[in-house]
Design a protein around this ligand. Structure first.
Ligand code: MG
Ligand code: FE
Length: 168
């Protein structure tokens, strides 16, 4: 059980790092969107949700980790992994951004499913509840992005054809 506990702490730490990174990316993306108000609004909502997630993970970590090394930063790793996919400065920035966001949300979904299983193995029902609540937010965001890829792409293409500002 000690190994399981250690994996759980490691994965919580990774998830916290990913949420911190998500905040940086979401804020960057939202600040650049000009012509797609629905996307902007939904991303603003998810920024608020993500702030709560980071805080909830920090609290879970503090219950497990007595040392002060709980929040090890994996920001750079995540950044390196996703840098090319984010599409910033591309002519189709908003489309690339939505595609990237959908991929990122699904990575989060996988990570919370793994964490929930591990919390169950540890019999930590409080952690399980917190993580399940976060999972629902990630699933809702992923579903919204999936549902909106079609209208977003249509809007982008028609703006582009009309020589309107389409990029963001
Ligand atoms: Mg998240
Ligand atoms: Fe998310």
């Amino acid at each position: 059980m000690e190994d399981t506990r250690q994996h759980f702490v490691d994965w919580l730490r990774d998830a916290h790092g990913a949420e911190e990174q998500a905040l940086t990316m979401l804020r960057g993306q939202v600040g650049r969107i000009e012509n797609y108000p629905a996307l902007r609004e939904r991303m603003e909502q998810h920024i608020t949700e993500t702030e709560g997630q980071a805080q909830a993970l920090k609290q879970l970590l503090e219950r497990y980790d007595t040392s002060n090394s709980a929040i090890k930063d994996m920001t750079m790793k995540v950044t390196a992994f996703f840098q090319d996919a984010s599409g910033v400065f591309a002519q189709d920035e908003v489309v690339k951004g939505a595609m990237f966001s959908y991929a990122f949300e699904n990575m989060e979904i996988a990570s919370y499913r793994i964490l929930i299983t591990t919390a169950q193995q540890l019999g930590d029902t409080e952690a399980e509840q917190v993580l399940s609540r976060i999972l629902k937010e990630e699933e809702a965001m992923a579903q919204w992005l999936l549902d909106n890829l079609d209208p977003l792409t249509r809007s982008f293409l028609s703006r582009s054809e009309a020589n309107m500002d389409a990029k963001r």
